[in-house]
Design a protein around this ligand. Structure first.
Ligand code: PGA
Length: 261
């Protein structure tokens, strides 16, 4: 057997050893509440937790729950450190479509947190900015809990790690994938304003977290969830690398779980 074949066999053995937990909720709002409560438990157990957090359509309900828990005095995020998964480039952080603005709207401007780091979408040197963000992240690793979404259709991306992203990728500049661009441009008031590039944590950065939760809601995620959990582990489906991590939970609504047997 060629070395590549042996390596792939080893990857599959490891993936079979670490079976991700799969939680299927009846509705999207049950997913939001479940993940918010898991996050709250993490912070109650360790008030100075370091977190990696996502943006996009999927986690907005989770943030609503989290903010309600804080405002009602049941949770305190004031000692928590937050890293974002990714950001567009180039983008002004005050642009409504930026992930920086998203985070401020949904969490950072709502409740006190200790520290919040997101790649600077305005950096003139994106490679240099990737190195700066990676150094900051490395100084805080291992992240206690990383919460991720998964790409729609057959992208199977995590962060902006699109097809072809290998297991050893770290924070870097990535041109925006055409399929992701078409989907994500709908989140911009003027779709033509979506930037051409991104800065994203890599697969290796994500896998360093002690625990990972993947959230997926809706039928557009069903193919990717099934591919990530059941297909071969490899760069053609970046989310499949999560099966090499010992502590991963996929939290799905019934539609996102629709292709799982
Ligand atoms: P979404 O994005 O939550 O907007 O679907 C998730 C992703 O593309 O990773």
């Amino acid at each position: 057997m060629e070395l590549r074949g042996i390596q792939q066999a080893g990857v599959e053995i490891l993936a079979n050893h670490y079976k991700p937990e799969v939680i299927i909720c009846k509705t999207p709002s049950e997913v939001d509440a479940y993940v918010a409560n898991r996050l709250a438990q993490q912070i109650q157990t360790r008030p100075d937790s370091v977190l990696t957090l996502p943006t996009g359509n999927t986690p907005t309900g989770m943030y609503e729950h989290l903010v309600t828990l804080v405002k009602s005095g049941q949770l305190d995020l004031s000692r928590v450190t937050i890293f974002n998964l990714d950001e567009y480039h180039p983008i002004d952080p005050s642009h409504k479509g930026s992930y920086a603005a998203y985070m401020r709207r949904h969490l950072i401007d709502q409740v006190p947190t200790s520290a919040w780091y997101i790649p600077n979408g305005q950096a003139e040197d994106p490679q240099g900015e990737a190195a700066r963000f990676k150094a900051l992240l490395d100084a805080h690793q291992p992240v206690d809990l990383a919460i991720l979404g998964i790409g729609p259709g057959d992208t199977c991306h995590i962060g902006f790690n699109e097809k072809g992203s290998s297991i050893d990728t770290t924070v870097r500049y990535m041109p925006l994938d055409p399929q992701t661009k078409a989907t994500n441009s709908q989140l911009f008031e003027d779709p033509s304003e979506i930037p051409e590039g991104t800065l994203t944590q890599g697969i290796a950065d994500i896998l360093q977290a002690k625990e990972i939760i993947v959230i997926a809601k809706g039928s557009s995620k069903a193919w990717g969830v099934n591919r990530a959990l059941k297909g071969p582990v490899g760069a053609e489906a970046p989310a499949s690398f999560l099966r090499l991590h010992p502590h991963v939970t996929f939290v799905l609504d019934e539609e996102a779980a629709g292709y799982l047997q």
